[in-house]
Design a protein around this ligand. Sequence first.
Ligand SMILES: [Zn+2]
Length: 295
Amino acid sequence: MDEQIRLAAFAWLKKQTDIFGDTLPRELLTEGFDYFGQRIRLMGPQGIWKPKQMDLPLSITTVIDGPYDDKPDVKGFLTYRYRGKDPDHRDNAGLREVMRLRKPLVYFFNIFPGKYLATYPVFIVNDDPYNLSFTVAVDDIAYLNVDKVEDTLGGTARRSYITQTVLYRAHQRQFRERVIAAYRSQCALCRLKHIELLDAAHIIGDREEHGDPVVQNGLSLCKIHHAAFDNNIIGINPDYQVIVRQDILEEIDGPMLKYGLQSLNNSNLILPSHKYDWPDRGRLEKRFDAFLKAG
Ligand SMILES: [Zn+2]
């Protein structure tokens, strides 16, 4: 029974992400799905969740509070804290049993309040009572029923790679949600409010030093202004002023160029409501230098 419900939960999650996209609302997960007349909930009030119809936990949920809190460990895996300090609390004991029996779980990353990225299958691969934590590895769904994969070198390498990829993606999704919300779902240059046309742009690229996926390194920009910013057609100086490149200002063309780009010259950047969300001046300065050199 436990096994079948687990597989049914994965299949149901797959269907939901096809409908809702990769982040799922909390209500949907706590409401769960119908399994032969029984309601199976995928998430509970605590981090480790076991539906009453199952013998062992089905999901673990965590909150990503910043890019530093959940960096992968030295092997590229995730650390998941025990519930409380008692290693024998039933939730912790349940996860230990999940590890022993090599059962797959769902990991819910909290991307934004009330929104989760569902990752499965994940496996508990180590227990560390001294640090009150478990080690979690993400795997490919194709390896769901392959026994003892974590004992092989190839299996470990694959899981490490997949875990790091998933974590990177979770951070980028979180960055997008947080940046766009900080700017009240509008473009920081032109106020366009269509969420489908908005991106969270990095001030310093995410592969560079100080390119962390934090709101202070982000700008909510519409697609056109994101591309213009990335291509140094538009720069933003550390005083939050928008500067359009000289040769673009001198060009003569239709209304998109005139209103979409040229008219922004010397305008003020639209800033987030909270000052702590404002772009970091140091990062803007570094980026603006690159813009000036490109011009
Ligand atoms: Zn715009």
